[in-house]
Structure formats: C-alpha cells, structure tokens
Design a binder for this molecule. Sequence first.
Ligand code: MG
Length: 352
Amino acid sequence: MIMKDSFSYVPYSLRTNAPFGTAHGVRSHTEIMIVRLSYDGITGYGEASMPPYYPENQQSMADFFSKIDIGAIKACDSPNLLHAYLSSISERDTGAKAAVDIAFHDRMGKAGRYSVAEYYDISPRVWFDSCYTIGVAPMQEMINNVLEVKDFKYIKIKLNGTDDLKIIKAIREVSDQPLWVDANQSWINASYASTLIRHFEELGVEMIEQPFKVGQYGDVFQLAEETDIPIVADEDCQRLIDIPKLSRYYDGINIKLMKCTGLYEAKQMIALARTLDMKVMIGCMSETSIGISAAAQLAYLVNWVDLDGNMSLSNDPCAGVKHINGRIKLQDMEGIGLTDTDGLERLFIEKS
Ligand code: MG
C-alpha cells in the first residue's frame, strides 16, 4: 500500500533508566515530538527533543508543524532549499525545524539510496569513540556510575559549581579515562575557575564546556588566558550566526541538531568553525535513536563526539546507531540509518 503524501507528528515522552542531574536540575523524562515525512511512496523520520529549560515545548512544536505545507517541502530539491523554507515560517523553533530537517534528510537518502554521510561526501568510516556523560548526583553515585562505563574512551562529568574539585579528584582515583567537564554555566566567574584550573590540568581534564553563564565572554577570555585546556561553548553556541563572535573567546563549539535547526545548518557550522580554527564537538539532548543516528552522520567531521543521549532510555521507539563496548557504530544504510521503524509506525497508528 502506498501511503499518500503527508507530514505528521506524534508527541512522545522519553524516559531514562535513572534520573539525570545537571546544573539545570534533575529529570527522568523529556517530552519530544516524532515526525514522519512521506511522499512519492518514501518515508523519512525526524525528531524534536527539547529539555524543559529550552523555550520550545510540544505545543509550540505542534503550532510550527501545523504551518508545514507538504507541497512546499516536495518542491525543495535539496536540504538548503528546505532550510530556506523552514526559515520563512518562523525565526526560532529550532527543535521543530530540526525534526523536519532530519526527516527530510532521511527520506532523501532513502530515495537516492545513500546515507546522509555519503550525501555530504563524508568518509564512510563507521566506528567512533563517544564520551559517556555522568550526571550530577551524590558523589558516591557519580563514582559508581563512572565504574560502570570503564569501556568508554572518554567520560564527561557534569558539574554544578559545588564540590567540583572534590568530585574530579574522587573520580580520578577510580578511573584513568580522559575527562571532559561540563559546568552548564554554573561557575560564577573566572576567579572561581582559577581555583580549579591548575588542579584540573594535573588531573587530566581535557576539555571544559560552558563554564559560565551565557554571554560572560570576559570570564571565558580570562580563563582561556590561564589554561591550555580547550574551552567549548555549548549554551553560548546556538546557530551558525553565533560562531564568528565566539571564535574570539572560545576554542571550540558544541553543535546540537536541536539548537541549530538540523543537519544542514550543523554541516555549515562545522565548516565555518574550521575556517576560524575552532574545534568542534557534536552533542545531543536526551534523544531517541532518530536524533542520535542523524547526528552521528556528521561524527567523522568533528573532534569530540558526545552522542550517548539514547543509551540510557527505557523506551526508545526505534533503533539506529549501535553502542558497542563504549564505541558507536554508524549503520552503513540509507538516510540516517534507522534499523527498526516498526515501533515508530505503531505510534502513528495509535495516534490516528
Ligand atoms: Mg553541555
């Protein structure tokens, strides 16, 4: 049976196996939207995941999706035309746009029988080292969590401005793995960072993500003067347009599809960051295998891969990239490489 041309979406609540803590708070579920784009008998899937501290929610996404015209999407011959079309609908709604962009890429790859990586002429390499993220929790729990991910090449530790040095020291006692630190804006200023940074260098911290509040560039500059540990913008880096300014302060950027409207702009961001001599991380929110498999298509192009967002889910409705012994394996398949979409189809059937 050939499905008629359609764009549809279904709300979904992602649950994690254990509560996950960051400087923004603790949560055990994330509301997302799953989208499906079908035309000429070929279907692609996408996803919008927005944690509660971001401005979008399922209602704003539904509003955005209601403005989508399937005819206008069909008329887009390439991801850049789709990007222009989505930009014409609204200025923001980056997560909702990412969902459409991912579904478009997935469908396009299936139609042309190539993977998204192939479409962008990215190396066919399939294995990548991803970090595993340890959330903020009581110290012993963080240590136990580190002990469970010994096979990961890198560990990213979430800090929240309390006991930061104590936590990194305690983790170093049980692990030799290179450590990345994500403060999620929790460090008050460069003077506070100064009290940590020599110790962090000695303890083998290899990267620091978003130490200060958004826009606190003077403190980033001061910290960067003090250390060779690369400092990476996450909350400070949303879109392509942010990058030139950030290059004056930061060593690198963390790109997430949900922040930047999807694969097309992410690819542009990587290219621009490179011309400005910046390092690049590809990261994620709490996302299903749809968002993670999409982002993994770009993994070959970046310095740091942080795509563990689907690992700790208890209700991922599909499968894509595999996590094996601390590494991720890109599926050499069409589109974004989803391997099991029956669970997704069930969600759309239940909704209708
Ligand atoms: Mg971060």
